[in-house]
Design a protein around this ligand. Structure first.
Ligand code: NDP
Length: 336
């Protein structure tokens, strides 16, 4: 088996040398175990957090440990009566081409119902994150203005389309004209703005003449700074991700302390700013599968996948994700 381990912890921006590719022979199965051959590996921003040895909502990857990640895998051998050879499962077996599992946590997928890669994206964790953040915190109403950044990505593209279905006016923020074109032409966003533009804050203000009622926060940084003054009274801000800050060391963060201004706005405008990790709402997953499945089949919820070939290319693709090089849900095809 081939696997990618964490060779060293990054300081700031991660580099290729933080990862190491290793080869090993697969051992025999014990009773109750299955051998999983990874078909697809999901690459997600949270993996940056797992590379640090800092206190978080999940444990870090150990040095020398296999990088974590959701996978779609094929059961290649089985000594577990619940799984037969050929079954396709959603697993969390990480950045490796084969893994042994005792079956715990494996979820069978039906390739007839939906393409199996969607279990990592629109019909998986990122799609559910969009749904849960809107349903529980953002609560967009018809006619309100919703803004979302990283809008062509796995979470953001679903947020914008779901908000359109709920009747909101949707402003998407993305990096570059190709992504912006996609938001307007393919996904039906009302406005798309390139956050690399020199007059980005002015463009955002012009796109939100009635202010912002829901800001689905995926990014932080200069996007949050542009959004902040435009927030309306009673605006809701699901804090889903802060990708612009994931590579920062704490000393950098403290130099830009906006906290007093933010706290005053929370009071003055009666803002709701609420962080969440999607699994908090796990009991809503059945609703989500049903709803999102229907929206996809009605053509109201579209998705784009960015598929990279070869496990050995996962580190580079992951580094690109942190810089906006992906266009759509980033997935590695591990087995040809
Ligand atoms: P995406 O597919 O959206 O990929 C990340 C995108 O972030 C990049 O393509 C880039 O898009 C954008 N980006 C990166 N750096 C910056 C920056 N400095 N400023 C502005 N934009 C930047 O990833 P996901 O959809 O998987 O994740 C989106 C967010 O949601 C992340 O913050 C992630 O951590 C969070 N998340 C949170 C979950 C939760 O439970 N709370 C669960 C899943 C995801 P562009 O080129 O358009 O700038």
């Amino acid at each position: 088996t081939t696997r990618i381990v964490l060779a060293s912890r990054p300081s700031g921006k991660p580099v290729a040398a933080n990862f190491r590719l290793e080869r090993e022979t697969v051992r025999d199965l014990a009773e109750g175990e299955v051998l999983l051959q990874t078909l697809y590996l999901s690459l997600d921003p949270y993996m940056r957090g797992r590379m640090d040895d800092a206190k978080s909502y999940a444990k870090p990857v150990e040095i020398g440990g296999v990088m974590e990640g959701d996978t779609v895998a094929h059961v290649a051998r089985s000594r577990n009566t619940a799984f037969k050879v050929g079954d396709i499962v959603l697993s969390h077996s990480g950045w490796q081409s084969y893994a042994i599992s005792d079956g715990t946590g494996l979820q069978k997928l039906d390739p007839e119902t939906a393409p199996i890669t969607t279990a990592l994206g629109i019909l998986g964790m990122p799609g559910f994150t969009a749904y849960a953040g809107l349903r529980n915190i953002g609560k967009p109403k018809a006619g309100e203005t919703l803004v979302v950044a990283a809008a062509s990505g796995a979470v953001g593209s679903a947020v914008g389309q779901m908000a359109k279905i709920y009747g909101a006016r949707v402003v998407g923020i993305a990096g570059g004209s190709k992504k912006c074109h996609h938001l307007r032409q393919e996904l039906g966003f009302d406005v798309a703005i390139d956050h690399h533009s020199s007059d980005f804050p002015a463009q955002l203000a012009a796109a939100c003449p009635n202010g912002i009622d829901v800001y689905f926060e995926n990014v932080g940084g200069h996007v949050w700074s542009a959004v902040f003054p435009l927030l309306n009274d009673f605006a809701r801000i699901p804090v889903c991700g802060l990708i612009a800050h994931y590579n920062e060391t704490s000393s950098v963060a403290s130099r830009r302390d906006q906290l007093p201004a933010v706290m005053r706005a929370i009071l003055r405008k009666s803002l709701t700013i609420r962080g969440f990790i999607q699994r908090e709402f796990a009991d809503q997953r059945p609703d989500f599968y049903q709803q999102a499945g229907a929206w996809i089949s009605e053509g109201r919820l579209k998705y784009k996948e960015d598929i990279v070939d070869g496990l050995e290319n996962a580190p580079e693709a992951f580094l690109g994700l942190l810089e906006g090089k992906n266009f759509g849900k980033l997935i590695v095809r591990v087995a040809p």
